[in-house]
Design a protein around this ligand. Structure first.
Ligand SMILES: [Cu+2]
Length: 152
C-alpha cells in the first residue's frame, strides 16, 4: 500500500515529468512551427536556371562606366530567381540593397560583409519585387533587379 508520503512523491514526480514533456514539446514542435518559413512553390525553390551578375575588373574605379554586369536584370520566379554575384575584380565589394529588403523565405537580402576577389554571393528570391542595390565601399557601383512572377 502506498503511504501518504509515497503518494506525495509520486505526485511530485508526475508534475516533473509533465513539465519535462511540455518543455520537449515546446522546443521540438512549437518553436519550429512558430518560426517556420512560408511554404514556397517547388519551382521557385528549385528554378530551372540561374542568374549570374559579375562585378567586373575595375569596378572599384569610379571612372569606369560598368561595375555590376548586367546592371539591370529581369528575373522570373521559377525560372532564374537563384542569383549569384561573382567578384572578378581585384578589390572586395558588397551587394547592399539601397533600402533594407527581406525575403520572407530567404531572409534579409545583401552580402554579410564583403565579397572578396574570386568569391561569390548567392541569394534565392521567392517574392516579386524591385530592388535597387549598390556596393557599400563604392556607392557609385549600382545595380537593379526586377523580380516578377512567371507568366504562363
Ligand atoms: Cu565595391
Amino acid at each position: 500500500m502506498a503511504s501518504p508520503q509515497n503518494a506525495y512523491g509520486i505526485g511530485v514526480i508526475t508534475v516533473i515529468v509533465a513539465l519535462a514533456a511540455g518543455a520537449v514539446f515546446y522546443q521540438e514542435f512549437y518553436l519550429p512551427e512558430s518560426s517556420a518559413r512560408p511554404s514556397v512553390d517547388e519551382h521557385i525553390l528549385h528554378p530551372t536556371g540561374a542568374t549570374v551578375i559579375d562585378m567586373i575588373p575595375g569596378s572599384a574605379n569610379q571612372e569606369q562606366a560598368d561595375s555590376f554586369v548586367p546592371r539591370l536584370v529581369n528575373i522570373q520566379l521559377g525560372i532564374d530567381n537563384d542569383v549569384t554575384w561573382t567578384n572578378s575584380d581585384d578589390v572586395a565589394h558588397t551587394v547592399t540593397p539601397d533600402d533594407p529588403t527581406e525575403d520572407s523565405y530567404s531572409g534579409p537580402f545583401g552580402s554579410i560583409g564583403v565579397v572578396r576577389p574570386g568569391e561569390e554571393y548567392t541569394f534565392l528570391f521567392t517574392e516579386a519585387r524591385e530592388i535597387d542595390y549598390h556596393c557599400h565601399p563604392h556607392p557609385w557601383m549600382k545595380g537593379k533587379l526586377i523580380i516578377t512572377k512567371q507568366r504562363f
